[in-house]
Design a protein around this ligand. Structure first.
Ligand SMILES: NC(=[NH2+])NCCC[C@H](N)C(=O)O
Length: 408
């Protein structure tokens, strides 16, 4: 072989700097990516970060995605500036520093709790506030920190699946999780990325917000005129938090044409490995404050009506109905509430008999304990402002469970 010219040869580093591949052959028992369900013993988890999140970045995609929370969880008479859908140029909605500081404290408590019970905790890269502006040929946005990380990636068995966001500001959020993805990829994980959307205004299906959103209504694709040279029409888009894992069987909430296309992608990608079940319009998008499996045979649900909408095998499971919360924090006319009063359903299971839950909902804790679920209380004050509970803020990368058939 002809030797490389000296000036090129000198730039090639044969081995990565020490430490970069620390697990390759050196760690006798590295954790391998494995997560098939929502409840089996948790070994490793990523916990999101809310650092450097001074404002929400509102545009059409923001309003479409958060429509239900905007109209149902905010007093629009007191917040006339919030009336959706917002179609003008981007708007910044500031978040008070006190809330950000308290969020940071509460997340630190979550990390400490998980580590204290022997769970490996991975953290995202932190946003660099100087470089949060993102731009594609079709649009621009201000990036968010990797906080509600449940929304943009899911582990399905031995595969990391990055999902395409429905909000433009979240387009590059998973970049902040790359160190963890790479670590598990090096240890043998599969890693796939659902097609990335172009996301011009014409990409969006308004059928859910334009219609009644009812499960009795079919999806009638409704789009806006769009003169962008990049328009491609309605695209697959789905948040990972629309997916709930039950071993070999997986539920996916489908409410719009975006979700249906993404569902088709999942079925093809995992053919022969996992079985996907479509639940139709269980909510506008995320379902981890609607139905939460706690262990095989036990569900936590918003209300009994949810059960009829689930696949038949799940209708036979025992269930806890979410008790009405008391004492939810109140916020001012400038604050944007982005989660419903059901958000404390969003517990994180660390095993089939133990969950992390918000101590501010004692009635829920009593119900869980009555079903022999131990509760580790973790403070989380601003779940409604930041749109997520413990399940939303985490991604479980290693659990003990397998592709068991719980539906037979
Ligand atoms: N993975 C999440 N971010 N889940 C949050 C669920 C929020 C849901 N829209 C509610 O308000 O209850």
């Amino acid at each position: 072989m002809t030797p490389l010219p000296r000036h090129i040869a000198d730039t090639i580093v044969a081995d990565p700097p020490s430490g970069e591949h620390a697990d390759l052959g050196t760690n006798p028992n590295p954790l391998r990516l494995n997560s098939y369900d929502e409840w089996s013993a948790l070994r490793a988890v990523i916990v999101g970060s809310g650092r450097h999140h001074p404002a929400h970045d509102r545009d059409l995609s923001f309003d479409l995605f958060l429509y239900e929370n905007i109209v149902e969880d905010n007093d629009l008479a007191a917040k006339p500036w919030l009336r959706p859908p917002f179609t003008g140029p981007r708007q910044r909605i500031p978040i008070a520093q006190q809330y950000l500081d308290e969020l940071d404290e509460d997340i630190a408590g979550l990390v400490t709790t998980l580590e204290s019970v022997g769970i490996t905790v991975h953290r995202p890269l932190e946003l660099d506030p100087a470089t949060t502006e993102i731009r594609t040929p079709a649009w621009s946005a201000t990036m968010l920190p990797a906080l509600n990380i449940r929304d943009s990636v899911i582990v399905l068995g031995d595969e990391i699946v990055e999902t395409p966001p429905l909000m433009r500001a979240r387009y590059f959020e998973n970049q902040l999780l790359k160190p963890t993805f790479l670590e598990y990829f090096r240890r043998g994980a599969r890693w796939s990325v659902m097609p990335r959307p172009v996301m011009t205004d014409g990409s969006f299906d308004f059928s859910y917000v334009a219609g009644s959103g009812s499960p009795d209504e079919p999806i009638t694709v409704t789009t806006r005129p769009d003169d962008s040279p990049y328009r491609v029409g309605v695209e697959p888009m789905l948040d990972a938090a629309q997916i709930v894992r039950f071993g070999r069987d997986v539920l996916v909430n489908v409410s719009t044409a975006h979700h249906q296309l993404a569902f088709d992608w999942l079925e093809r990608q995992f053919a022969g490995r996992l079985r996907f079940h479509r639940v139709y319009r269980l909510s506008d998008d995320h379902i981890d404050s609607t139905v939460v499996p706690l262990r095989p045979g036990l569900l936590l649900v918003r209300g009994p009506e949810v059960l009829d909408r689930l696949p038949r095998p799940l209708q036979r499971w025992d269930h806890i109905c979410y008790p009405e919360p008391t004492g939810l924090p109140g916020y001012g006319p400038d604050d944007l509430v982005l989660a419903s009063r059901y958000i404390d359903m969003n517990v994180l299971s660390i095993g089939p008999d133990t969950v992390l839950a918000n101590p501010d909902h004692p009635a829920l804790i009593r119900q869980l304990e009555a079903k022999r679920i131990d509760v580790i209380p973790v403070r989380h004050r601003h779940r409604r402002l930041f749109g997520g509970g413990f399940h939303c803020f985490t991604v479980d990368v290693v659990r003990d469970g397998e592709a068991t058939d719980y539906f037979d």
